[in-house]
Design a protein around this ligand. Sequence first.
Ligand SMILES: [Zn+2]
Length: 333
Amino acid sequence: MQTKDFYKILDIDEMATDSDIKSAYRKLARKFHPDIAGSSPENVARFKDINEAYSTLIDKRKRYDYDALRRLYSYTSEQQHTKNYSDTTNSVNNDTKYQSKNYFYGMWEDFLKTQYQQKEYKKQHTPPPENGSNITTEVTITLEEALYGTSKKINVLHTKPCSKCNGRKFVNGAVCPQCNGSGLESEHKKFTVKIPANVKNGYKIRIANEGNPGSNGGKNGNLYLLIKIENNSDFKYDGCNILRTIPITPYEAVLGADVEIPTTNGTLTMKVLPNTNSGQKFRLQGQGLTKNGITGDLIVTVEIKIPENLSKEEIDLYRKLAKISSNNIRKGI
Ligand SMILES: [Zn+2]
């Protein structure tokens, strides 16, 4: 009967070198190969044992474990045998010896099983790499910035695994005091981002790897800048020209006035000429946008607007004006 002692199976001693093991294995594998020795169950089992013995002893790590277990077994079984010799017959003793050798093989199998289970456990309990999520942040820019491109300082809130508990939520069995058990930590990150020219409202600009950080070797997410162009109805554009409508009072329209106009380059004073009509346009040269080396104009359309809450005195003056006015502007309609 086979005793499943790998050294005995290969017919080598415990001091055998790798090359001893290899040559012993080659010899036996050739001899007991089912193609040569026949495929009786005994032969197949023996061939299997030879292979198992070889693969265990040729693997340094496995051989080390196997030897340790074998020494432990021979120590305990020697004590057992001494005891057996003293109070049993030989035949019973042989039987016990055989059983205990199988028992040793069982120990080895258990050992391999435990090792496999430990590896599996580790595999299952090591969290898989997780990629960080993407962050989308809104960036509001003016129409001029959208046309020209700009640089913007932004502040992005990143969420990353807690640095104290590494995202495990607990430290020494207690809820992590740093993240209060959320496993997460927030971090503000400041960026200066370049926004290219000619971006449209709702445009998304991708900044790779600046999203939330990945964990366990996972990749970082991306940062997306969602462009929002300020809705400023005072400004309209026609190519490089800026178009604006400016209200003037009836007396400014008649008498003329110096009107202050806020522009992208600061405040400008525009001369409204006497007798200006509603809808009349004034062109301020070189006060438009510069695009591809061409600078447009600021084109102002004036609109006569009656001020709200006129005083009694003002209304009386209008009455007087109405009485003395000799012009009929609807003549010929
Ligand atoms: Zn924590």
